[in-house]
Design a binder for this molecule. Sequence first.
Ligand code: PEP
Length: 247
Amino acid sequence: MRKPIIAGNWKMNKTASEAVSLINELKPLVADADADVVVCPPAADLAAAAQALKGSNIGLGAQNLDYHDSGAFTGEVSADMLLDLGVQYVIIGHSERREYYAETDETVNLKVKKALEKGLIPIVCVGEKLEERESGVTAEVVRKQTKLALLGLAESEVAKVVIAYEPIWAIGTGKTATADDANDTIKEIRAAIREVFGGAADEVRIQYGGSMNPKNASELMAMSDIDGGLIGGASLKAEDFSKVVNY
Ligand code: PEP
């Protein structure tokens, strides 16, 4: 009922010409994918990436946006700028941005609202730190992050959002949540959405992210509530990413 969505978060990797090469390698490998496939190159690569992706089944995502429309916000990128380049998705509230660039639940919410208002699909990241998992508050943490990220949205808007559940301790570490743990936490996220937005919870696609790779993708994707993956490291090689896409 929910179409799987596999997105690659390239983070601050690949120049524009390297992005084009990676996309050209990837295109034939994922051409028959059953899932929605998205790549999220760095902002500086988006124009070249959009060109390279033309005519393919791969969507284009950015890794961030500003919540203002325009103005004196040095270094930032607006929703209109992304749309003008052909961007369709935008990652919001990645744990690296929360940790290194002072993103808060409040700015995440403003960005989600701006993305939806402009017609971009937000991929909203939530996830617990290691100490939160160890002290047994994972469900509370992700429920709160999710509700704050979606605060003030209409049910019809929420249905369009993609959530990425990314346990912070699993990102880039080679450690993966077990498929059961990931599924249980994703069920908590869906339940939190249902409490506020009712039936939209059944439409929201919720990805798992955190060292997802060709070896663990099929087990994770077989779970009832996991609707896709947000892939970091393994999205930087066409072969690895295509194996995740074709899990
Ligand atoms: C990420 O940064 O979103 C991510 C999931 O990274 P990795 O796959 O490398 O753990």
